[in-house]
Ligand binder design. Sequence first.
Ligand code: AMP
Ligand code: ZN
Length: 112
Amino acid sequence: MDCIFCKIITGEIPSNIVYEDDQILAFHDIAPQAPVHVIVIPKQHIQSANEINEFNSPLIAKVFEAIPKIAKKCGLENGYRVITNIGEDGCQTVKHIHFHILGGKKMTEKMA
Ligand code: AMP
Ligand code: ZN
């Protein structure tokens, strides 16, 4: 499968890792849109949040358990934003479910 994030998981594509456990990987976004911009992914390839179901939702819960640990490690005590883009209208460019952690500044009130 030609998936950039699966290649990051295997190490075929290098990344700047922030957090890793047996099921989850987090790394700095290559084109940051905030002072802190980290991508959090499950190691299992799931296309997007639109493919979350009763079988894989425990893994997504693990992602959300990891997010506060990652935020703390990145010094985001004052808050942050978590975004997941889905499909064409959501402007999802990498078709492996991922959650953007954005912070290190006051975010804009408008979300879209
Ligand atoms: P999305 O547009 O929600 O699919 O987000 C994909 C994100 O992956 C973008 O913010 C890209 O900058 C980021 N990205 C793409 N390739 C890499 C890479 N090799 N290492 C780190 N981040 C990447
Ligand atoms: Zn993948």
